[in-house]
Ligand binder design. Structure first.
Ligand code: AMP
Length: 633
């Protein structure tokens, strides 16, 4: 079918379109209504239908492909490979689900999963889905404050963690971070379940609270845990993401809509069908990990590969070696990862037999032309940029080789995905912009299946944060974009204070709050500054409290600020540089002029300064930039 017809049908007759797509998954009870849009912008897809993500991802395939590989956990950190067929995966998930039940976890309870990118984490996620518990995976690179904030918002019954992660050969024990987070949290879970990989020197189990998974697994290895059927709109998981405030928001996903959207995306966008192999280099802590390491490929009956390790260990050929070994058809990664590989010998790209590999999809951050050109030429494969967000759960703008491949235009992720009625709106007037004019990318509701249902426990934030920007009730992506005459969309960057570091979304306010918690700091501004490999890096401008009589060493305080962020939020959020200044540039009403700060740090024109309160503050910043940072490099 032509892309244009498919997309048009999804917008003109959404109920007909999605009723057809819903046939791709198993329904225990068929939906009574395809769409309920009686309370806009909230919408319910497949109302009255009953299904289960775990059943669709695992049980459903047992008869036809029980002995096919479902999951591969390939780690160059522990030098191990774990391969599981659908039958073996079924057994592990049942055992995990039985353990969860033995700890009192049931339908609607939250389970925080704080684990590295391993198959055990997938067992835990699928086990939650099986019994109707709501998982909330917290990225293993986050530290205790980030974990505590998420615990207090989700109020879990149980926390599942591993003893340790490992990166670049360095073991990072998780349990001390969990203990710290639980000491901080107001609503700690009853139990902590520790999956012991044998990496951390000790587990320090707290009697009565902490349990080791291994012995419990043994007890429940032959368990057969019945699937809990869920109404399509019940929550399946919460995934926290950064916004404009210091508090992360819990993106809440449903069950049926998510399964149907993923099923559609697997064949039409990623061109992966049952029996084929998909390799996403993301992490289960991010939305790509949820959708295309776990649920998407498994719902499709494909094989999913999880990789733990650096892209350059033992050498920069490791990903292509994995592609050869498993016959990967579609690979999914990020522009940052490609920029890392670009610093290595291009010969690695052709060292292995990649005859089965058809596509490399890249997402999560802007894909610059030199990067896409380099990898397209080096691999000799189709490279497809795709644009989406944690909130949407699956692509919004992409090309669709499984349906009808359109030409790639470097710099653009392509065309709107079926289900998405996209518009570009002038921020001031609320009107649609013209061809090649810059506007805010918005989705005309109802949002398609797969996108967030609401913000966990916070409908107001869902309404105000996403739908409160224009006169018309439109979902704002908070991204700028343009569209050319052929309808190709070009993404230009965020309209808010969110920054994108190596494809990871970070809130500058969260980092500012962390920096400001240092007793020597009076005020801090954090901005994202262009970086050749990571896209952006966080940079701090701070003023210090000049405590009377304090013998202040600015360099020492600046170094401590970096450490504070790493300790509280995690290494991913650690700023790259700290500049100490006497004043921060602000408007007369006291608002920080972040855009001007960012422009100066990127050696660009600071723009309109008519609202600047104190011109000397800007001079201060210029001098600090010339002098160089007090900490970082
Ligand atoms: P996250 O929710 O972490 O996936 O981050 C979503 C944000 O990343 C989007 O709002 C964009 O700002 C950015 N982003 C994601 N994919 C792309 C892309 N293909 N091109 C440009 N920016 C992107």
């Amino acid at each position: 079918m032509r892309y244009e017809d498919f997309h048009r049908q999804s917008i003109e007759d959404p109920e007909g379109f999605w009723a057809e797509q819903a046939k791709a998954i198993h329904w225990h009870k068929a939906p009574e209504r395809i769409l309920d849009y009686s309370r806009p912008p909230f919408r319910k897809w497949f109302v009255g239908g009953e299904t289960n993500l775990c059943f669709n991802a695992v049980d459903r395939h047992l008869d036809e492909r029980g002995d096919q590989l479902a999951l591969v956990g390939y780690s160059t950190e522990t030098n191990s490979v774990r391969e599981l067929t659908y039958r073996e995966l079924h057994r592990e998930v049942n055992a995990f689900a039985a353990v969860l039940q033995s700890l009192g976890v049931g339908k609607g309870d939250r389970v925080v999963i704080y684990m590295p990118h391993t198959v055990d984490a997938v067992f835990a996620m699928l086990a939650c889905a099986r019994i109707g518990a709501i998982h909330s995976v917290v990225f293993g690179g986050f530290a205790s404050l980030n974990l505590a904030l998420r615990i207090d918002d989700a109020r879990p019954t149980l926390l599942v963690c591993a003893d340790a992660g490992i990166r670049g050969g360095k073991v990072l024990p998780f349990k001390p971070l969990v203990d710290e987070a639980l000491a901080r949290a107001q609503f700690p879970p009853r139990h902590v379940l520790v999956v012991n990989r044998g990496l951390a020197p000790s587990l320090d189990l707290v009697p009565g609270r902490d349990l080791e998974y291994g012995p419990l697994r043994e007890q429940h290895l032959d368990a057969d845990v019945p699937v809990t059927w869920l109404e399509s709109n019940e929550p399946s998981y919460i995934l926290y993401t950064s916004g404009t405030t210091g508090k992360p928001k819990g993106v809440q996903r449903d069950v049926g809509g998510y399964a149907v959207a993923l099923a559609l995306s697997m064949w039409s966008i990623y061109d992966v069908r049952a029996g084929q192999v998909m390799f996403s280099t993301s992490d289960i802590g991010w939305v790509v990990g949820h959708s295309y390491n776990v649920y998407g490929p498994l719902i499709a009956g494909a094989t999913s590969i999880l990789y733990e390790g650096l892209p350059t260990t033992p050498d920069a050929g490791i990903w292509w070696k994995i592609c050869e070994r498993y016959g990967v058809r579609t690979m999914f990664s990020s522009p940052t990862a490609v920029r890392v590989l670009k610093k290595q010998d291009a010969a690695y790209l052709t060292r292995y037999d990649l005859s089965k590999l058809q596509y490399l999809f890249l997402a999560g951050e802007p894909l610059d032309e030199p990067t896409v050109e380099w990898i397209t030429q080096g691999l000799g494969k189709t490279v497809i940029d795709n644009y989406w967000q944690t909130e949407t759960g699956w692509p919004v703008v992409s090309l669709m080789p499984g349906l009808d491949m359109k030409p790639v235009k470097f710099g653009s992720p392509g065309l709107p995905v079926p289900g998405y009625d996209l518009r570009l709106i002038n921020e001031a007037t609320g009107e649609d912009v013209g061809v090649d004019e810059k506007g805010v990318l918005v989705i005309r509701p109802p949002l398609p299946p797969g996108c967030l249902s609401t913000v966990w426990n916070n409908d107001e934030r869902f309404l105000a944060g996403y739908f409160g920007h224009f006169r018309e009730q439109l979902y704002s992506s908070l991204d700028w974009a343009t569209r050319d005459a052929e309808g190709y969309t070009f993404i230009l960057g965020r309209t808010d204070d969110v920054i994108n570091v190596a494809g990871h979304r970070l809130g500058t306010r969260e980092i500012e709050e962390s920096v400001s918690s240092h007793p020597g700091v009076a005020e801090a501004a954090v901005i994202g500054v262009h970086d050749a490999v990571k896209g952006q890096v966080p940079v701090v401008f701070a003023t210090l409290k000049r405590l009377p009589g304090a013998d202040e060493d600015e360099h020492e305080t600046a170094r401590e600020m970096l450490q504070t962020v790493a300790d509280q939020l995690g290494a991913v959020a650690r700023p790259s540089r700290v500049y100490v200044v006497n004043a921060l540039p602000k408007t007369r009403s006291g608002k920080l002029l972040r855009r001007s700060l960012q422009a100066l740090a990127e050696q660009r024109d600071p723009g309109d300064l008519s609202t600047l309160d104190d011109p000397s503050a800007l001079e201060e910043v210029r001098r600090a930039l010339e002098r160089g940072p007090e900490a970082g490099s």
